[in-house]
Design a protein around this ligand. Structure first.
Ligand code: SF4
Length: 304
């Protein structure tokens, strides 16, 4: 069903430039660091350990506070008793009960059984299919971002006579693109191709910021995730023809700035007056839109 909203790609271009320039200089709301940016002690950026840390942690980055998730993951990594959770071989050999138990030590799991199942399944897949190294998987996909997303979505195995996905949650429409963005930005993997065709990973923050600066507008009350496809399309269209640092801008470049804009700004917008307490200091205030943007329990009430 079509939702009565419009995409303003002209304004989106202006916003994309401003978001990118602010985030790569002074920051958005003064911040330039993402929760996943801090690397656990003793590992090198882009090493297999780092890539596994990013891969397993991002897989359970759903419906929870990202800064506390990444903090819990670093603590779990740094504790010699729980560090095995980041070793695909040891992880696959451990009992499910032990994994579920140890993931609770630093509150790494929020939903103990579900998160442990996701974590151990993905770790076991990388151990059994890719010799414990996600790079082998990327290479097998010829470093093609679209192929990687397709394999994440479709690859599966038999477990207790049931077909089970190889990459639960990592294969999702938000987390798959988010993983690719982290492999590029955090692990520094430069071989990935076709990243320009990867949609922006839309979560509540990216959605809220996109609505607050009026790149998607309308009068509608609907489930928030019904707007996600419009938000993905809006940023694909907005970055077309824009260049940064001698390369084409891609929608993924705007994930971090939009996340910051909402996390430290738009999410504080008053529910009744729609005024924003950080308006005067906001890097995007010239583009901020008046009107109602009320999001609660995955329902958005929009009058913009
Ligand atoms: S002024 Fe507030 S609501 Fe508007 S874009 Fe900035 S942070 Fe978001």
């Amino acid at each position: 069903m079509d939702i009565p909203v419009v995409i303003d790609a002209k304004k989106g271009k202006e916003a994309a430039k401003l978001l990118y320039n602010s985030f790569s200089t002074t920051g958005i709301h003064g911040k330039t660091e993402m929760p996943e940016d801090l690397i656990p002690a003793g590992i090198k950026k882009g090493s297999i350990e780092h890539i596994i840390f990013l891969t397993l942690t991002v897989a359970i980055d759903y419906q929870r506070d990202a800064p506390s998730l990444w903090e819990s993951s670093r603590k779990t990594f740094n504790d010699p008793k729980t560090n095995y959770l980041f070793n695909p071989k040891l992880l696959s050999e451990a009992s499910f009960e032990k994994v579920a138990n140890d993931m609770q030590k630093y509150k790494l799991s929020k939903k103990p059984d579900k998160d442990a199942r996701i974590w151990q399944t993905i770790g076991t897949t990388f151990y059994k299919k890719w010799r414990g190294n996600p790079i082998n998987f990327l290479e097998n996909c010829r470093w093609d971002a679209l192929n990687i997303l397709k394999c994440l979505e479709t690859d599966s195995h038999l477990y207790n006579e049931e077909i089970v996905p190889d990459y639960p949650y990592l294969r999702g429409p938000k987390i798959g693109p988010l993983w690719l963005r982290m492999l590029k930005d955090n692990a520094g993997i430069t071989l990935l191709r076709n990243l320009d065709k990867v949609p922006i990973p839309v979560d509540i923050h990216v959605a809220r910021a996109t609505l607050a600066i009026g790149i998607v507008r309308g009068s509608v009350k609907t489930k928030l995730d019904k707007l996600f496809e419009y938000i993905r399309k809006a940023w694909f269209e907005s970055v077309k023809g824009l260049n940064i640092r001698n390369r084409q801008m891609i929608a993924l470049d705007l994930d971090e700035p939009l996340w910051h804009l909402s996390k430290y700004g738009c999410s504080k917008r008053d529910k009744t007056t729609n005024s924003c307490p950080v308006f005067n200091k906001c890097e995007m205030k010239e583009l901020c839109i008046k009107g109602k943007i009320y999001i609660n329990n995955n329902i958005v009430d929009l009058e913009t």
